[in-house]
Design a protein around this ligand. Structure first.
Ligand SMILES: [Zn+2]
Length: 202
């Protein structure tokens, strides 16, 4: 019973799965080849040279749709969905903070053909900038007269607002009074047979 031919040294007598060297060597070669191909194909395309960042030449519109009511349906085009729409990337961002993040972000700038790198400013550019800012400041500075005018204007506006508020209050009072009147004694009104009866007190 002891020694059958199967138990001879070097002969496989187990049924466990074995590491098939040939097969895995083949697979490893395939994988390596694929890797090399991928890298090559990546290198084939010329590296994309994007322009450095430029500052925006338009105002960011965050408030034009603020406080407005709009019916939004799921089938509406993206640009009419709720939120901020980016026409460059064709996406909708849900709030202004995220919208700003988006238009300052890498993906958006890439779509515009810019990398996130900033051009190094030369000495001349900095000096020029200073000059521009200086020029902008002088005529814009305002005098005492300006201040007085502004205060006056503000006061007038405040008064106007107060007046409007007072009028609104008055109107509300009137409406309330008109509503309450028939409720003074509904039983009586019902008994009399007509709801439009006006009590004599007032
Ligand atoms: Zn975008």
């Amino acid at each position: 019973m002891a020694h059958t031919s199967n138990t001879a040294a070097g002969v496989d007598n187990t049924f466990r799965r074995k590491f098939d060297r040939e097969e895995y060597l083949e697979r490893a070669r395939d994988r390596e080849k694929q890797e090399v191909d991928r890298v090559k194909s990546k290198l084939k395309g010329p590296p994309v040279q994007r322009k450095p960042l430029k500052h925006r030449d338009y105002e960011v519109d965050l408030e034009s749709r603020l406080g407005k009511t709009q019916v939004v349906t799921p089938v509406a085009p993206l640009s009419q969905q709720a939120g901020y729409y980016c026409s460059v990337c064709e996406c909708v961002v849900k709030d202004s903070a995220n919208y700003l993040d988006h238009i300052n972000g890498k993906k958006h700038q890439r779509a515009l053909g810019m990398s996130m790198r900033v051009e190094r400013a030369s000495l001349e550019q900095v000096q020029e900038r200073f000059e521009v800012l200086k020029k902008r400041k002088t005529p814009g500075s305002f005098t005492e007269q300006d201040l007085e005018e502004r205060i006056l204007k503000q006061q007038q506006e405040e008064e106007q607002r107060k007046r409007e508020r007072r009028e609104r209050k008055k109107e509300k009072k009137k409406e309330k009074a008109a509503e309450e009147e028939p409720e003074v004694d509904p039983d009586v009104a019902a008994m009399m047979g007509f709801g439009g009866f006006r009590s004599s007190k007032k």
